[in-house]
Unconditional design. Structure first.
Length: 458
């Protein structure tokens, strides 16, 4: 029995985070009293409040509602983005509450069911959302914790009380994915990242290998072709690739249809012809292939997979086409790693050849900026014009000498500028772009609606 079955209430410190909010919604659906704190109000916290969750935005322990002050009846969940000096975190710890990280809470939910863990330094959210949509369209159903807002569900949570399947993103940051013991796992990429945690790519790969080794019993691994982690012999391994027909699952007859694609999936004893995927980007076709491989291994019929992918509408901030008019195009994306930026911009260039593309990028984390400044610059040179924002620190304190200029000074394009948050809209207006993209994992998301409105007005 899960520990919270005997608890009345769950309190979240950092409730506005995308992973935290999905858990908050889950516990609310289980009949628990749910409340929490976050630093700032966002559209996501607004939605949570409307759904019946009490949220405050000041770090003061006196604001904790009385119903959450009994250590025998309340579970406390916090995000690593919250500093150790947080007053509420210390209030609960000093009074003997059970205080756990988000990853531990997710692990307890995940491991109680038939877990499908989607890992990779990028691609997790789109693969998870596509897979959740496919399963939700089948007789299997699923529960899914997503790292973005599904446009099909208008939520980051899928709930199906009749299904024991639980889909979750297996996040490598802070070794969070090691709380998950999946029945099926996906690994989409193992690019160097989070070197503040892992120190080297070799250590990162070892982390992924440990996650893979936690696949239950004779479980299954769906692995992007070309990745070579150590895989125990007891685990059934299947590869997928958009570009290599030596993979177990691959794509043929890929044709652009509007902003989306039509393609055929081929695998041993499987052909699914003329799949229509309405969301743009070649990288989304690869993500759909990974989701298809999992669904096929779960026994879902080819026609169900094809029908679900045709109705899949995407995830907010994942190749999110906000404006698509004859004289104006605006696309927003969560890309915050050099390889994600390269993949995103390559897909944009493939869809819109010959366009002059202006881009806004907000670096995320001082350590990532320091570790990959040259790689960021190389990826961003795929733009014609660059507006660089200041670094979003997230959980980090500033590092001496680390600024956005470390990237910008290396970018070899003429039209480039560094701006503050307050200067961003003016900088966009001065350039008056016909084609604009925004990229980043920080609070750049707060500018998406204003930029969308400005592009439509123009």
């Amino acid at each position: 029995m899960m520990i919270w079955k005997n608890l009345d209430s769950v309190y979240f410190i950092g409730i506005g985070g995308i992973g935290m909010s999905a858990l908050a919604r889950y516990f609310l659906s289980q009949g628990k009293e749910v409340a929490g704190y976050d630093r700032v109000t966002t559209s996501l916290t607004d939605h949570l409040i409307r759904e019946g969750i009490d949220i405050h935005f000041e770090d003061r322990s006196v604001l904790i509602p009385d119903v959450f002050r009994n250590p025998e009846r309340t579970l406390v969940i916090y995000t690593p983005a919250v500093g150790e000096q947080n007053q509420q975190l210390n209030y609960f710890r000093k009074r003997g509450f059970r205080v756990i990280k988000r990853a531990v809470a997710l692990g307890e939910v995940f491991n109680a069911g038939r877990g499908i863990g989607v890992a990779g330094t990028h691609g997790k959210t789109s693969i998870s959302a596509m897979l959740a949509h496919i399963l939700n369209s089948s007789t299997l159903g699923c529960n899914a914790f997503l790292g973005g807002i599904s446009k099909n569900r208008n939520s980051n949570l899928y709930l199906d009380t009749a299904s024991r399947i639980v889909i979750a993103e297996a996040d490598e940051y802070d070794h969070s994915f090691l709380t998950l013991f999946p029945e099926v796992a996906v690994v989409s990429s193992m690019d160097p990242d989070h070197l503040d945690i892992y120190q080297s790519r070799e250590n990162l790969v070892r982390g992924f290998e440990t996650f893979i080794s936690q696949i239950r019993g004779k479980g299954k691994l769906i692995l992007k072709y070309g990745l070579e982690p150590a895989v125990p012999d007891t685990i059934e391994r299947h590869t997928y690739s958009l570009d290599h027909n030596k993979a177990d699952y691959y794509v043929t007859k890929l044709v652009q249809r509007g902003l989306g694609y039509e393609f055929t999936v081929v695998a041993p004893d499987l052909v699914i012809p003329k799949i229509r995927l309405g969301v743009p980007g070649r990288l989304m076709v690869e993500n759909a292939l990974a989701a298809t491989a999992v669904a096929h291994q779960l026994g879902i019929a080819p026609e169900v997979i094809a029908r679900a992918l045709a109705s899949y509408r995407g995830v907010e901030r994942r190749f999110d086409v906000r404006v698509a008019e004859e004289d104006r195009i605006y696309i927003d994306d969560y890309a915050h790693h050099p390889e994600e930026i390269r993949a995103f911009l390559s897909s944009v260039r493939a869809l819109f050849p010959g366009e002059k593309i202006a881009g806004v990028f907000q670096p995320h984390l001082y350590s990532r900026t320091r570790d990959f400044a040259a790689e960021f610059a190389s990826s961003l040179e795929m733009l014609d014009s660059l507006i660089m924002m200041e670094i979003y620190p997230a959980r980090e304190e500033p590092l001496p000498g680390v600024t956005s200029s470390m990237i910008l000074d290396r970018v070899q394009i003429k039209d480039k500028v560094l701006v503050t948050r307050e200067q961003l809209m003016r900088a966009i207006g001065e350039r008056n772009p016909r084609f604009l993209v925004t990229m980043g994992a920080g609070d750049i998301d707060q500018f998406v609606e204003p930029i969308t409105a400005w592009m439509k007005r123009k």
